[in-house]
Design a protein around this ligand. Structure first.
Ligand code: SF4
Length: 335
């Protein structure tokens, strides 16, 4: 699940506290989902993968254990309070700061949201647990499932996604195939390309074979936008993205940065607040979340928009990524 912010220290890291934090955030602007209300059922960086490109940093709790990390009653209570304010969104999206399908509560939350709102429900997942029938049963009623598949060989899987012990790619792909036939809604498969790791023609052709077995309605080709967990995670070029779109078949599309669509993204007060703070001092994502009282994922979305517009720059110091307003950095600052 390639969409979440960075932390490096134990617990909430970067100075952010989990105590009493909300589990819903936004709505935040999303390339694919419009205004998306995030529902985060998982503690920070609790995930069955440790992707080299993860914008949240390295996984601190690498696990395949499913449990009620946050109770369904808590998540539903927050959704209820949000709805009571007459708020609306294009999607309610189970996502967040880890892998949402590790939560045993998501089926109940999906069912509640569908019974109490007209807003479609999406699940953003790394897909690593879809081999489990109980996970598929819980996500099957979602209106939209967006799983990831970055690897077609076990070797690439281990180098890019660094899965929890026991997870094997063949099983993951079988789970995606089963999900396609069991899920009520559409499946949009995301492929995150990392330069030099999974972008060769040979690997893309192998991915195409897996995609043909799965049969998703859409394949969305993406690449690294924000600094990832490891410096090795670098973006591929536009030429490689275009080549991948050709090789991955007729359902493939490149996820085009919003910056190429002027006017399709309206800066919210949140994004302006983030920029104002960064004009005062460089901050980590956690600093911004703490300083503005926002969820990390919301900050990450705003930062993505600002990076795409070159309004901010990322600087890595002693392994920690700081963001600063672009005009305050010397030309030689590393990114
Ligand atoms: S699946 Fe990968 S990108 Fe998504 S939260 Fe886990 S480690 Fe990060």
């Amino acid at each position: 699940m390639p969409n979440a912010p960075r932390r490096g220290k134990p617990g909430w890291g970067d100075g952010v506290k989990d105590n009493g934090r909300p589990h819903i955030f936004g709505p935040v602007p999303s390339r694919r989902l419009g205004r998306s209300l995030g529902v985060d059922p998982i503690p920070f960086k609790t995930c069955c993968y440790d992707c080299v490109y993860c914008q949240l940093g390295r996984t601190t709790n690498l696990t395949g254990e499913r449990k009620a990390y946050v109770a369904a009653t808590t998540l539903i209570g927050e959704l209820e309070a949000w709805l009571a304010r007459d708020e609306t969104a294009d999607y309610i999206t189970l996502s967040g700061s880890g892998e949402p399908t590790l939560s045993t509560e998501i089926g109940e939350v999906i069912a509640w949201a569908q019974a109490h709102t007209q807003i479609p429900v999406a699940v953003l997942t790394n897909g690593g647990l879809l081999w489990r029938a109980d996970v598929r049963w819980q996500v099957a009623k979602a209106d939209l499932l967006i799983p990831s598949l970055d690897a077609a060989t076990e070797d690439v899987f281990r180098r890019v996604n660094r899965p929890a012990p026991g997870l094997e790619l063949a099983e993951v792909i079988n789970g995606l195939v089963a999900a396609r036939s069991e899920c009520r809604g559409q499946i949009w498969l995301e492929v995150m390309l990392v330069a030099g790791l999974n972008d060769s023609d040979e690997h893309l052709r192998a991915l195409r074979d897996a995609i043909d077995r799965i049969g998703p309605q859409r394949v969305q080709v993406n690449t690294v936008v924000r600094p990832g967990a490891e410096p090795i995670a670098q973006a591929v070029s536009q030429d490689v993205l275009d080549r991948a779109r050709q090789l991955l078949g007729p359902s493939a599309e490149v996820v085009v940065p919003r910056s190429e669509h002027p006017g399709s993204y309206a800066p919210t007060s949140g994004v302006r607040d983030v920029l104002a703070l960064l004009h005062r001092r460089p901050c980590t994502l956690g600093d911004v979340a703490d300083g503005l009282g926002l969820h990390l994922n919301e900050v990450a979305k705003h930062m993505e928009a600002l990076l795409e517009r070159s309004a901010v720059r990322a600087v890595v110091e002693a392994g920690t990524t700081y963001y600063a307003a672009a005009d305050e950095l010397p030309e030689s600052s590393p990114e």
